[in-house]
Design a binder for this molecule. Structure first.
Ligand code: GDP
Ligand code: MN
Length: 380
């Protein structure tokens, strides 16, 4: 889950990272009032969960509260990369000499978090990463030891920070690490971290991505979720406790068990097709859960056939079959479906489905081949 800039910066501030004074607003008149409180010289920033807001006109410097109000009106009417701007952050404007990049993410290959710093921070960091990656310095963090003081100092020296800022940089790096660790983040980033004209470090922008699987430990953060950026299907799936991920293919899959779901996707590929989703309905799924899952799969317009691969253990095949029939009674769909049921109550399940117009298969390979073939026929 991505956090907005104002949310990320609020978390940064809890860890003593210096951020500009400012507040979030939903209307231009609120923005005007905040600007007035801050003395007029403010920056108005669109709060949308995409990068490159600056380049899209979503960030404007205002010199008075009147100007702040008019920029706020303009920005609140914008959509950036198809996302509507619902909130703006009104921050005291900063003047600065340098823009630095500082971030932490997981390095899966190293199985450790990595802190990255660059003297070439600011709006072109993606280009720096692509064209001159050597300008981004990396330092792995041992998760048991945490970020060590010498590591932060090494990065500070490597990006040519003046000596008198070493202390402050090390504190910010430590604060960012604490924010990353304590909130179960997968990304915590300050870009730019600026050296102000009175020679202080200040985090002008903030970005955090939290691990969805750890959100149960942070109910207050989970409430910050922005529904605008979410896939409808993924939200719906979460409601029913299904794990669902949309993909680009044309064959919808409903499977019980994550490993079996991945195998199913592989076998679809092996059979010349491509999965439209990953879906694990979990063990012991009830009929209403199965019905919700099928509604989600069929809501995807790309889906040309659906493959059910159910291995009955705790999950009973007849219960799944009943869910499928419930869903079919409710959703009007002519998408062909192939069912492979095996294990507990498979015969009962198959008997139930025989009444519906569904093809059945004995083996997964056979089922996948049928699903691919049926999808191909619809395409042509
Ligand atoms: P992003 O484009 O979405 O990454 O948004 P940022 O918050 O990083 O802002 C983009 C750029 O706007 C920064 O790199 C700065 O150059 C500039 N900017 C942001 N805030 C201020 C500010 O308070 N004063 C000045 N002068 N420039 C700012
Ligand atoms: Mn930025």
């Amino acid at each position: 889950m991505k956090l907005h800039e104002y949310q990320s910066k609020a978390l940064f501030a809890r860890h003593n990272i210096p951020i500009p004074r400012g507040r979030v607003a939903a209307t231009a008149s609120e923005a005007k009032q905040i600007a007035e409180e801050l003395g007029g010289n403010v920056v108005i920033k669109a709060q949308v969960l995409v990068g490159g807001r600056g380049k899209s006109g979503g960030i404007r410097l205002a010199r008075s509260h009147e100007e702040a109000e008019s920029f706020a009106t303009q920005i609140l009417a914008m959509s950036i990369k198809d996302l509507p701007v619902r909130h703006i952050l009104v921050d005291e404007a900063a003047s600065f000499n340098r823009e630095i990049y500082l971030g932490i993410t997981n390095d899966r290959a190293a199985r450790k978090p990595v802190m990255m710093a660059s003297a070439a921070g600011g709006v072109d960091i993606e280009e720096v990463a692509a064209v001159t990656p050597e300008k981004i310095l990396r330092m792995h963090i041992d998760p048991l030891l945490g970020l060590r003081e010498y590591q932060a100092r090494y990065l500070a020296v490597a990006i040519d920070l003046p000596r008198q800022l070493l202390r402050s940089f090390a504190d910010i790096a430590q604060g960012l690490w604490a924010a990353y660790l304590e909130n179960d983040a997968t990304l915590a980033e300050i870009n730019p971290l600026v050296v102000t004209s009175n020679n202080r470090l200040l985090a002008l922008d903030g970005k955090m991505v939290l691990d969805d699987n750890a959100l149960f430990r942070h109910p207050d953060l989970a409430d910050m979720r922005d529904r605008d950026v979410e896939d409808w299907a993924e939200v719906e799936a979460r409601k029913y406790g299904l794990s669902y991920i949309s993909l680009d293919g044309e064959i919808g899959c409903m499977v019980n068990g994550a490993g079996l779901a991945m195998t199913t996707m592989d076998i679809i590929k092996l059979s010349g097709g491509s999965p439209a989703n990953f879906l694990d309905i979990g063990g012991g799924a009830s009929a209403d859960k199965v019905a919700a899952a099928l509604r989600i799969i069929l809501a995807d317009r790309k889906v040309k056939s659906v493959l059910f691969n159910i291995f009955g253990g705790i999950t009973r095949c007849d219960e799944v079959a009943r869910g499928v029939l419930d869903a079919l009674a409710e959703v009007d769909s002519d998408v062909p479906m192939v069912v492979r049921l095996a294990g507990t109550n498979a015969a009962e399940g198959r008997a139930l489905l025989a009444e519906a117009r569904m093809s059945t298969a004995e083996t997964l390979l056979e089922a996948a081949q049928k699903a691919v073939e049926l999808a191909g026929r619809r395409q042509s």
